[in-house]
Design a protein around this ligand. Structure first.
Ligand code: SF4
Length: 452
């Protein structure tokens, strides 16, 4: 009898990081000074430019599955106040840079960036344009909550310059939506997609979830079919991470209605197969794109990258954070802004960049990060070659190669002359393979979500 990868994987502790950075965020170190970050900013090459990530930590209702840093507000005053600080932070950041820089990618995440009023979009983009070079070829992307968007609103953000939208869909079935406290009928999503296209925002990504309460394989397939009918360019399909010990609102999720590990695996595989039947190409762990999409081309040409937003074609090594709890990176290290909001505001009032944690990178971190990124993006890495390129001995990963044997025996990966390759069956477990190269990961820790 053939034993499937799903069955074989049961013996592993699947709680491993998603590797949107290395070292991963739990290993960033608390700091009470912004000096290191300021030094890193001074080291930036003005010719390379920057990407920016702006966090809007507000929503008007808490979705029970939410894993983000956000605050529920019923009035707009706190958002107006917060934006005043973000404007000031943009100024502080621009002053700390070695020169006026180009920003080719600006990404708004949350929370719900679409809590912002239309006039506030205009004013924040004008502020950015006054201090950074941003033109029509720049990508201005927003995570959009369809429940709060109207046609006038979509028109306004398009006029302000937004040209890419990522839409949280989760699942279209009402029973699932009630259980996760996110009522978003199919018609609402359909209307918003229509308006986005009407006003020229045609680069649309959908985020779908499996592993939610009351989801079944049939419902996941129905969700995929309905989502595909709206013709987005890309999908991200994530497994719901149930961590009520970290996010207390998840206690509202009926645990008895959550799919078990086997059902989660089936849902994940069903979504993947159905998206492929619809003509989408698998990208890395959990993304899907049309064959002619830039992300598909980047994957085929091995120039796909991984950053805090997941998979990206953005090859800029500099992603600067703006807003409370926002995370970014420079060639020297990672930086995470402070939370809660009162600390964020206090630091900006003091004229400080609101840095809460940093992680400078050693040469070994940079090598290990490159290995992990290639596993996550290319499903293949030539270990001796990468070691040589980074100035390490070719056999630097001898002990990791030994540790890989158990995964090799389970057909999750292969190793030949130092070239580590993941077959298609190993794709869902690529985080496990990547974790072999993570020297910071403590065995058995519960800080991370399951790999599937
Ligand atoms: S809208 Fe998004 S960020 Fe806000 S609570 Fe729901 S899932 Fe979380």
């Amino acid at each position: 009898m053939t034993v499937s990868i799903a069955e074989k994987s049961e013996k592993y502790d699947l709680r491993v990081p998603r590797y949107t950075s290395y070292p991963t965020s739990p290993h960033f170190l608390e700091t009470d000074t912004d000096q290191d970050y300021r030094d890193w900013l001074k080291n930036l090459d003005p010719k390379v430019g920057v990407s920016l990530y702006i966090h809007i930590p507000f929503c008007d209702e808490m979705c029970s599955f939410c894993g983000c840093y956000t605050k529920i507000v019923k009035r707009y005053d706190p958002i107006t106040d917060y934006l005043k600080y973000v404007h000031r932070e943009i100024e502080l950041l621009a002053e700390a840079l070695p020169a006026r820089m180009t920003a080719k990618h600006v990404h708004w995440g949350g929370g719900s960036p679409t809590m912002l009023k239309a006039e506030d979009w205009k004013s924040i983009i004008e502020k950015l344009k006054s201090l950074f070079d941003i033109d029509d070829s720049s990508e201005l992307a927003v995570e959009l909550d369809p429940r709060t968007a109207t046609e006038d609103y979509v028109k306004a953000i398009a006029e302000a310059g937004i040209n890419r939208a990522s839409i949280g869909v989760q699942d279209f079935h009402e029973e699932v939506q009630v259980a996760i406290n996110r009522i978003q009928p199919f018609g609402v999503t359909k209307d918003v997609v229509g308006w986005l296209k009407k006003y020229g925002i045609t680069s649309i990504n959908f985020d779908l979830l499996y592993g939610l309460p009351f989801q079944s394989t049939e419902r996941v397939l129905d969700m995929v079919d309905k989502a595909v009918s709206l013709e987005p360019k890309r999908f991200a399909v994530f497994g719901y991470a149930h961590v009520p010990w970290m996010k207390s609102h998840m206690k509202l999720i009926p645990e008895e209605a959550l799919p078990n590990a086997k059902e989660r695996w089936e849902q994940m595989e069903a979504a993947a197969s159905r998206l492929e039947e619809h003509g989408f190409v698998k990208i890395g762990l959990d993304h899907y794109a049309r064959p002619d999409d830039e992300m598909t081309r980047a994957m085929k040409e091995e120039r796909l990258h991984r950053n805090f937003q997941g998979y990206t074609v953005d090859n800029n090594p500099v992603m600067l954070p703006l807003g409370a709890s926002s995370i970014g990176q420079t060639p020297d290290g990672y930086v995470a802004n402070v939370q809660p909001l009162r600390d964020y505001k206090r630091m900006i009032d003091n004229g400080q960049l609101p840095v809460g944690r940093t992680r400078s990178l050693t040469e070994e971190d940079i090598l290990r990060r490159a290995v992990i990124e290639q596993i996550m993006c290319n499903m293949k890495v030539d270990l001796p070659k990468l070691c040589r390129e980074h100035g390490f001995d070719e056999d630097f990963f001898a002990s990791e190669e030994e540790k890989l044997q158990v995964l090799i025996e389970d057909d999750i990966c292969t190793l030949s002359n130092g070239v580590l390759t993941l077959p298609e069956e190993g794709r869902p477990l690529m985080r496990m393979v990547a974790a072999t190269f993570d020297t910071y990961l403590q065995k058995g820790q519960k800080k991370h979500s399951r790999a599937v």
